[in-house]
Design a binder for this molecule. Structure first.
Ligand code: GAL
Length: 355
């Protein structure tokens, strides 16, 4: 064990790797929701690489394309296969209570990854980005860009889109944005012509691009939005996969870079980064998967070494069984102006990947 630890540390130093080695190497089961969205592929890949660099054995499984029964059985198998720690990004945050009973029975610690697993006492820790802040960043971006604070500002038309209702993060993304935007809807500086402003009305099952596109197409025909029709000034979208659906519907109905509404997003997925460069999305909130993976490795190492686990929030995330000690990483705004610096100069993407 000593030799292995030393070698890993040396190797990390040579590679300028940020992961720390654990004194006790362990087997870590990692369950991810889908391979159909870039961010989760990136998450899984980064996490596996960094856990392995820290000396652990990793079993990484994807639940097909957001298939809940597959995720349940993969987790059950990892538990019966005696993993030492589980790291899980749930599809439906409320669907894993029974599957995780086995983790409680075997005292396997579970780290909830990015999304909180609800109604389960099995969850020891939660590692994520500051999800409320993500929503606030999007809301404030809209307020600033549309100059809503200025008295002279004329009313602006907005439509709202958020993500999957079974994802606890949606409460924070949408809640954070609406805490900023609601006063402007109340005062009439923002007008939502469809009247659809409730979370349930603006949700997008599985964060699906196709579902978002269909809803935007319906809004275009029911309200009459269009380059030559009713002016659409802004669309709040909680993430990039949803924003891509909005962009598809808007471009199909004649919008282009010259008349495109302000459109928010999150994740800096490649299609959205390309759209930002082309003027077909205005911003995205970047959540560097390398930073989250790095944090989870530190937490896992502390768990297996029986040390104090690093957390920075012990108030915000109650999963129905109590508050889960959490570590919240910081999100960053990306626009055309800082895209190169944040995403390319940092080595997250090559120039070619987002051309
Ligand atoms: C959320 C996650 C976002 C986004 C979305 C769709 O839970 O925090 O970053 O990727 O899921 O997968």
């Amino acid at each position: 064990m000593k030799i292995k630890t030393t070698l890993t540390t040396l190797c990390c130093a040579v590679l300028a790797c940020t992961a720390f080695s654990a004194a006790n190497a362990a087997t870590i089961g990692v369950s991810m929701p889908t391979q159909s969205l870039q961010r989760w592929n990136q998450d899984g890949h980064n996490l596996k690489a960094q856990l392995e660099a820290a000396g652990h054995k990793v079993e990484l499984l994807y639940a097909g394309d957001n298939d809940i029964p597959t995720q349940v059985s993969q987790i059950e198998n990892m538990i019966s296969g005696d993993v030492d720690v589980l790291v899980v990004a749930p599809i439906d945050g409320g669907a894993l209570t029974t599957a995780l009973q086995g983790a409680i029975d075997k005292a396997i610690p579970v780290v909830s990854y990015d999304r909180l697993i609800m109604n389960s006492k099995a969850i020891s820790y939660y590692a994520t980005f500051d999800n409320y802040k993500v929503g606030q960043i999007q809301g404030n971006f809209i307020v600033d860009q549309l100059k809503l604070k200025d008295d002279a500002t004329t009313p602006k038309n907005i439509e709202l889109f958020t993500g999957s209702i079974d994802d606890n993060n949606v409460n924070f993304f949408f809640g954070g944005a609406m805490d900023i935007l609601q006063p402007y809807l109340d005062s009439g500086k923002l007008v939502c012509k469809s009247g659809q402003t409730k979370k349930e009305q603006v949700a997008t099952l599985n964060w699906s691009t196709e579902e978002a596109q269909k809803r935007m197409e319906n809004l275009i025909s029911s309200v009459g939005y269009g380059p030559d029709g009713v002016k659409l000034d802004v669309v709040l979208s909680s993430n990039d996969s949803v924003a891509n659906g909005v962009t598809n519907a808007l471009t199909a109905s004649g919008y282009n870079a010259d008349n495109f509404p302000l459109l928010t997003g999150q994740d800096c997925d490649k299609p959205s980064v390309k759209n930002i460069k082309r003027g077909l999305q205005t911003m995205s909130v970047f959540k560097d998967t390398r930073v989250l993976a790095d944090q989870v490795v530190k937490m896992v190492n502390a768990i297996v070494d029986n040390k104090e686990v690093p957390v920075n929030d012990t108030k915000t995330y109650n999963n129905g069984t109590g508050v889960i000690p959490s570590y919240l990483c910081s999100p960053i705004v990306v626009t055309k102006d800082n895209l190169k610096e944040v995403l390319i100069d940092s080595g997250y993407y090559t120039e070619k990947e987002v051309k």
